[in-house]
Design a protein around this ligand. Sequence first.
Ligand code: NAP
Length: 259
Amino acid sequence: MDLGLKGKTALVCASSKGLGLGCARALAEAGVDLIMNARGAEALEAAAQDIRDTFGVAVTTVACDVTTEDGQATLINAAQDVDILVNNAGGPPPGMWTDWDRDDFIAALDANMLAPIALIKAIVPGMMERGWGRVVNITSQSVKSPIPVLGLSNSARAGLTGYVAGTSRQVAGKGVTINNLLPGIHATDRAAALDKGVAEAEGITVEEAKVKRCATIPAGRYGTAEEFGATCAFLCSQYAGFIIGQNVLLDGGAVNTTM
Ligand code: NAP
């Protein structure tokens, strides 16, 4: 399927590994030139080179921390005129509600709410002027179904979701869509870290923790970055212009709701 994206440009934040990389690769496959970002320059450049070699698109890399004001300024400077913005950052650590103080919440808000809002605010006006744009925010299934040990994530992502619900409807008339992708468990480093945490807390092996988690997912497995990226690319496609302010759950059926 030709997604109608050949020659478009995208900034994909936090994309040297995992779900961000899945999105970058799927967009590259559709012919999109990329600006990729992560903190670690070596893994970022390796991921970028693999995409250049595989898909033949132009890829530039910007190694910086997307959760800081400096990092955001660097990214905005590099990506002022992009057609597509994929917002992503690492997720907050798990813990107990009694442990988190103000600084923990500020860090979570910076990473998973205020960073995407800053990039949207800087980059979407240009998209509106040009009459076309796509923004996809990687959030979490925790927006629909809270994960108690990830209270920092539940809180920050709920804030971003509220912002997107209103803002997406303010920019839709100018050809710009903003939507959220909500991953359930996917086989990435983040999932491995979460499984390690469960194993340590429950005195079981990481493999046992994974089997236990799979038993809670109707699909019986973890999602893949490729599946996730393909959904992102479709949301960015010419065919998705009527999808506005939605929260698309990719969770193998784990969230048990009718709608
Ligand atoms: P991952 O495999 O750990 O990959 C994270 C990527 O983001 C890496 O490329 C990392 O590179 C980059 N990154 C992290 N912090 C960054 C920062 N401050 N600035 C720039 N780049 C940064 O994680 P993932 O599984 O793809 O998860 C992506 C997001 O989805 C996270 O917010 C996570 O909480 C959420 N999520 C994931 C799952 C899942 O099952 N995987 C489920 C629900 C929600 P550097 O470390 O070099 O910066």
